[in-house]
Write a protein that binds this ligand. Structure first.
Ligand SMILES: Cc1ncc(COP(=O)(O)O)c(C=O)c1O
Length: 444
């Protein structure tokens, strides 16, 4: 097959006629609860381009929600996964093991923060990894309570819905939710009432106070946080917040879990976002970027905590599937070879410069934030009141889609436009995508 040209090409309305035909079939056959941001039906994807059935080539600022950091058809992922596919597709690691699983666990031990002894267990999805981190923390501490944060997102299974902050669309009508989950404030600098400079210290004090008074530190098995909150709006907790929470966890024998499912694997310009403040989590959950688009997730952490669950207590039929493990080894090889941490930092520099300049022109932009290739703008009706403007986020996304640029929205208030390009996107596509965003503002 010929390589996918790295050029935007808009041949039809987006979605075009063939996509619309498929969408009609889809509406009849697929449950409406499964939505799609942009219903163009894909034939090929790679680098920074997604090609659809109508021949349109769309610039990808989404990476399948922070998954295809190495691209959606990375050579090493395809090569290794194809070879594995030809050898065997599955045996179930819990029945007869294979080397790929062990090799991924070894790579995770090497790449995750901290030089202590580490072990891993592999799963299929991010939500499953988070669920298992809770199981492991409970087995280790013999406690039950789990503390999470405002604006946090951890998945759509029953326990992870309980851990997730936002009601619509994730939780509405799906309760009752798992018990023993407690939510406390996070240091959301842009919206912190006394100013961003106080957010880290004050939010940590409030969180600790609430945990101590309302839950009892001695009842808490785990504190789980995304080092950069993803679905909640690409919120980087203000400096000092994460170290204070880690210190509180350490003092009280609580397992500190970093959910790096969205922020991990070079996305923020470091292997893991928690490295930014030198955080060494007890457990770390990973998925998304780990395997170049194949379904794989992991819990990695201190060997003595990971070994707390009894033999047979963790697992699942497909967890650590051999093809997905081969994909992960290919993705990690690509990240190392292309130094995608450095590339993410270059993307940050380009995006922040352009978006900051746009913020000088367009009052709608209340905040430009994020790290690496995990960048967002928060849109407001009024800079003084910071009243969220979800309508502007939706309109801008729609305008970008029509021009052949895929962007996503997020945020508790639905007013954040987020940009997650593959880390292998070319310079020209990156700046063309930013041009399209700027033009979309001009036309609002
Ligand atoms: C931080 C975080 N945790 C957990 C999940 C859930 O992962 P999955 O959709 O693979 O179950 C996500 C997905 O967006 C996420 O961003």
């Amino acid at each position: 097959m010929t390589a996918l040209p790295q050029e935007r090409r808009v041949l039809t309305a987006i979605p075009g006629p063939k996509s619309q035909e498929l969408q009609a079939r889809r509406s009849a056959a697929v449950a409406q609860g499964v939505g799609s941001t942009l219903p163009v039906f894909v034939t090929r994807a790679g680098g920074g381009i997604i090609e659809d059935v109508d021949g349109n080539r769309i610039i990808d600022f989404a990476s399948g929600i922070a998954v295809t950091s190495v691209g959606a058809s990375a050579e090493a992922v395809v090569r290794r996964a194809s070879a594995q596919l030809a050898d065997f597709t599955h045996t179930c690691f819990m029945v007869t093991p294979y080397e790929g699983y062990v090799a991924v666990a070894e790579a995770l031990a090497e790449l995750t923060p901290g030089d202590h002894a580490k072990k891993s267990a592999l799963f299929n999805s991010g939500a499953e990894a988070v669920e298992n981190a809770v199981k492991i923390a409970r087995a280790h501490t013999k406690r039950q309570a789990v503390v999470v944060f405002d604006h946090g997102y951890h998945g759509r299974t029953n326990l992870t819905m309980a851990l997730t902050s936002k009601n619509m669309p994730y939780k509405q009508g799906f309760g009752p939710f798992a018990p023993e989950v407690y939510r406390v404030p996070v240091a959301y600098g842009y919206r912190w009432p006394t100013g961003a400079e106080n957010a880290g210290r004050e939010a940590a004090a409030q969180a600790v106070d609430q945990i101590t008074k309302q839950v009892g530190a001695g009842n808490v098995a785990a504190i789980i946080i995304e080092p950069v909150l993803g679905e909640g709006g690409f919120i980087e907790p203000a400096k000092g917040f994460l170290p204070a929470i880690v210190e509180f966890a350490r003092e009280n024998g609580i397992v500190f879990v970093a959910d790096e499912i969205q922020s991990g694997f070079c996305r923020t310009g470091q292997w893991f976002a928690c490295e930014d403040e030198g955080i060494v989590p007890d457990l770390i959950t990973t998925a998304k970027g780990i395997a170049g688009g194949l379904p794989l997730a992991a819990v990695t952490g201190r060997a003595e905590i990971m070994d707390a669950a009894h033999s047979g207590g963790l697992g699942g039929t497909y967890g650590g599937n051999p093809v997905a493990c081969a994909g992960a080894l290919g993705a990690i090889e690509t990240m190392r070879e292309l130094d995608l941490n450095a590339r993410a930092k270059e993307i940050e520099a380009v995006m922040k410069a352009r978006l900051t300049a746009m913020a000088e022109k367009f009052d709608l932009i209340g905040d430009v934030r994020g790290r690496g290739a995990m960048i967002a703008i928060e849109l407001v009706k009024d800079r003084a009141t910071k009243e969220p403007h979800p309508g502007a986020a939706a309109a801008l996304a729609k305008a970008c889609h029509a021009e052949g640029l895929l962007v996503l929205t997020c945020g508790t208030y639905g007013n954040v436009l987020r940009f997650l390009p593959p880390l292998v996107i070319g310079e020209a596509l990156l700046s063309e995508g930013l041009d399209i965003i700027e033009e979309a503002f001009g036309r609002l």
